[in-house]
Design a protein around this ligand. Structure first.
Ligand code: CTP
Length: 213
């Protein structure tokens, strides 16, 4: 019998605290990542699902870890990365966080408020620089402009094996939608378009194509 392979999947948005009651986040709902986790369980992989806060029920059969911020996600991903044969970063990780977090609720004043944001760690870039032999690294590129060129740039800069390019400028797909259409770009320059499908069906295809034998 073949040994069971492990897929680490990240999903959903991150939350970056401003103060005790406020945070910065994004429109990711986690649907694509959770669909990937479900498809991977269906296809008999060991699945570690590291998720931001979503409204979705946990996916049965996964090792589920809940995080909030990009820094928490980075810490947990690094902890589990060595045990993964495949890492799929479908989470919408914040690129910036408030530089100063107020422990209490901030009180308003009459004037404007300026928030200073600092960069978060690029988790996928770190994984690309510390890739284990035979490990495959898969990123997502959510773009509104120049989809393929931007996705290719990310694949190269982050030393990925695949990038799933996702057009988020249309309301019938991507963030929040039940459907998605993507282009899979491979390291060797080849590409494959997958037309608009239900996210569960799309996830089954992606797991088969990328993680199958
Ligand atoms: N990602 C990550 N760590 C971050 C930000 C993003 O691991 N701090 C991952 C995402 O999970 C996704 C990919 O990197 O797989 C997205 O690439 P990125 O260049 O960060 O795209 P954007 O966040 O859309 O940023 P931009 O288009 O401004 O470069």
């Amino acid at each position: 019998m073949e040994t069971q392979k492990t897929i680490l999947i990240t999903a959903g948005p991150t939350r970056e605290k401003i103060d005790a009651v406020r945070f910065i986040t994004n429109r990711s709902t986690g649907k694509m990542g959770y669909a990937l986790a479900k498809a991977a369980v269906n296809q008999n992989f060991r699945v570690i699902l590291i998720s931001g806060v979503t409204n979705l029920p946990k996916v049965d059969g996964t090792e589920f870890i809940q995080i909030e911020s990009a820094a928490e996600m980075a810490e947990v991903v690094k902890k589990y990365a060595d045990s993964a044969d495949f890492i799929i970063m479908s989470a919408a990780v914040a690129d910036y966080r408030p530089k100063f977090v107020h422990a209490n609720k901030m009180k308003k004043t009459d004037g404007d408020l300026t928030l200073i944001l600092e960069r978060t760690e690029d988790i996928l870039k770190y994984l690309g620089e510390n890739k284990k032999p035979n490990q495959l690294l898969i990123g997502f590129a959510a773009e509104t402009d120049d989809l393929i060129a931007n996705a290719k740039g990310k694949l190269e800069r982050k030393n990925l094996d695949y990038i799933i390019a996702n057009d988020v400028s249309k309301s019938d797909r991507g963030f929040g939608s039940d459907n998605n259409a993507v282009t899979i770009l491979k390291r060797d320059g080849s590409r494959e378009d997958i037309n608009l499908l239900d996210k569960s069906a799309l996830a089954e295809i992606l797991i088969t194509k990328i993680c199958g034998n």
